[in-house]
Design a binder for this molecule. Structure first.
Ligand code: PLP
Length: 423
């Protein structure tokens, strides 16, 4: 399917006249429609809740929109917990799914009343030493090891992942936790990232529901929820077909009825911790072509760089690019689209067919709404961009300003050099 920006060329130009590029632009309408569809897909499950993975897009304005639909926050760091708290999302609205967790973060999660998701059996003692009495409800993260396969294709290799507990450990953990007074349990696993198939959640459900039945039998634990975590992907490439969340929800329901109904576990809530699926397609990076260069290859140099979107440099990830106003022009030029870092991997696209690009053209880099801005960094002293929300009524609003050199130098503020840096 042809990928088009969610904003018209006129709107993109209008925004770019008011706010200098580069910036990340988010589509309120898309975020709302998708959140509604997700809740609809799981409406068969009474306790269903999405905990938005804050790390995907830690902007309080966007998370505030998701909150309207009932979403909580999946946090794994101090500042993510602080965002959640500032939005009034506390108590069981917070899932704290971290790993290798510092004590201070457990402490804040506990003070907020978050559901704590233990990544390892040794964290039972660590948590108890940190917060004193354990909470009444706790979650444990499972890692089945081996390879995770759907039909004949290997999706990922959990045996190689640092997360979660083995089957033996999670069983033991449930026993220990019960002895320490924990009364309600959850089970969590995140086995594959960015799956573009409707089968992942149902397959994962089978693994986790069967584990839940076994754990209940073996330990007598009262299992209150299964957290399917993240991993529902988005079609970054034009030839990929998007997941259908309604089909995914039905798929999970079928497995639920097959496994939980006969076991009499019909009041177990389903939780998700989606990030990419919630905001990924509803954000883009808008940038201006500032240079062209012709040596052994043809380059378009833009005013964004890998600090604004790290995925292509880090994973070789594909992000579709539209040249604004030339959406239907023939793609008869072959370019590398590059940023300005002194790093040869600072390329948004390599050997990409695009219409002829002229300096001054606006380029839209698609699907940056999750793991885009949030993975930003400051290498080469580059500054983070603004974030702008295109609202449902067509107006737009700055929801995070761009960094200035003053922000970059802020951590020198106790030193005499500071005055010279920011003068
Ligand atoms: C990153 C992460 C998520 C979200 O993953 P997506 O691929 O964005 O859906 C959810 N849960 C945990 C624990 C994570 O680390």
């Amino acid at each position: 399917m042809k990928k088009r920006p969610f904003a018209t060329p006129e709107k993109l130009r209008e925004i770019a006249r008011q706010y200098p590029t580069p910036f990340h632009l988010y589509d309120e309408k898309g975020i709302r429609e998708n959140a509604r569809a997700l809740y609809e897909a799981f409406s068969w499950n009474k306790g269903y809740r999405e905990y938005f993975a804050v790390k995907a897009t830690p902007n309080p304005f966007l998370i505030g929109i998701l909150k309207e639909y009932g979403c909580g926050c999946d946090c794994s760091s101090l500042t993510e917990l602080m965002i959640s708290e500032a939005l009034g999302i506390t108590g069981e609205g917070v899932m704290f799914s971290s790993n290798n967790t510092p004590a201070m973060e457990y402490d804040l999660a506990n003070r907020l009343g978050a559901i704590i998701n233990l990544d390892d059996i040794t964290h039972i003692d660590y948590l108890e030493k940190t917060i004193g009495k354990l909470p009444k409800k706790i979650c444990c993260r499972f890692n089945p090891g081996g390879l995770f396969q759907i039909s004949n294709s290997i999706m990922d290799n959990p045996g190689d992942a640092k997360y979660g507990m083995t089957k033996e450990q999670i069983t033991e953990a449930f026993r220990i936790l019960q002895k320490k007074g924990v009364e309600e349990f959850g089970i969590h696993a995140f086995l594959v990232s960015n799956t573009v198939t409707n089968d992942y959640y149902p397959m994962l459900s089978k693994v986790l529901f069967e584990l839940a039945v076994t754990l209940k039998k073996e330990t007598g634990a009262n299992i209150r929820f299964i957290n399917l975590s993240g991993g529902i992907g988005i079609p970054y490439r034009p030839d990929q077909e998007a997941n259908n969340i309604a089909i995914i929800g039905e798929g999970v329901r079928k497995v639920y009825e097959e496994i939980f109904d006969p076991a009499g576990m019909t009041d177990v809530a389903i939780y998700t911790e989606l990030g990419r699926f919630m905001t990924g397609p509803y954000g883009c990076l808008v940038t201006t072509a500032v240079h062209e260069k012709h040596i052994y290859k043809d380059y378009v140099g833009v005013d964004a760089c890998a600090v604004n979107l790290m995925r292509p440099a880090m994973y070789g990830a594909y992000h579709h690019i539209s040249v604004v106003g030339k959406e239907d022009a023939p793609e008869d030029h072959l370019y590398d689209v590059v940023g300005s870092l002194c790093e040869n991997n600072d390329k948004f696209a390599i050997d990409r067919k695009l219409p002829a690009v002229e300096t001054g053209d606006l380029l839209v880099i698609h699907d940056t709404g999750a793991h885009g801005f949030s993975m930003g960094y400051n290498y080469n002293g580059k500054l983070r961009s603004a974030e702008i929300l295109l609202k449902t009524d067509g107006s737009f609003e700055l929801i995070r300003r761009a960094e200035t050199p003053k922000d970059y130098f802020a951590t020198f503020d106790e030193f005499p050099i500071y005055e010279k840096l920011v003068k």
